[in-house]
Design a protein around this ligand. Structure first.
Ligand SMILES: [Zn+2]
Length: 172
């Protein structure tokens, strides 16, 4: 499925992702992966607007998905580079669920969605783009968001820019 009016998608399709990641390299801790965009975001605390980091807690980080399936598509992850559910601590599990809970409330207030898809892609075969660092997807849904464009043209419109969305959600 193609996405219309989405410059971030064009960068992805055009292979600029790698160049951008390299230029964004930061010093990370011993347990982190320097090539992991979530670890980079955790350690590069002075570039939250550029990296679209929404919120940091003691054990979690929340960011906008750069390649959204829908308007308001967020990722919630443990701060620690961890790719296995049984590798997470009890405290991390609890904090991640609470963060997801908080984001649902914020998204309901700011975007008025009618439902959510919330989930985890565990492993390459399940579609995880970054299998080494667990991250939960929160995708707001509206009745009709699978609209005529999807039906007839196999394309989807994501109307709001990531920068504009970041400003709204950070403020909330
Ligand atoms: Zn990582």
């Amino acid at each position: 499925m193609d996405t219309l009016w989405a410059p971030w998608r064009m960068a992805y399709v055009g292979g600029e992702q790698h160049a951008r990641d390299v230029s964004a390299l930061v010093e990370v801790g011993a347990e982190a992966d320097p090539d992991c965009f979530l670890c980079q975001a955790v350690y590069d605390a002075n570039n939250d607007s550029r990296r679209h980091v929404l919120r940091r807690t003691e054990l979690s980080i929340s960011v906008l998905n750069k390649f959204p399936y829908n308007n308001g598509h967020l990722l919630v992850a443990p701060r620690r580079h961890c790719g296995r559910l049984d590798g997470m601590t009890e405290a991390e599990h609890v904090e991640l669920v609470r963060e997801i809970d908080r984001w649902v409330t914020v998204l309901e207030k700011t975007m008025n969605p009618q439902g959510f898809n919330i989930g985890l892609n565990l492993g390459h075969a399940a579609g995880a783009g970054l299998p080494g660092h667990l991250h939960w997807h929160i995708v707001p849904r509206w009745v009709g968001d699978v609209n005529f464009m999807t039906s007839i043209a196999s394309a989807k419109v994501v109307p709001q820019s990531l920068d504009a969305l970041w400003e709204i959600l950070v403020a909330e």
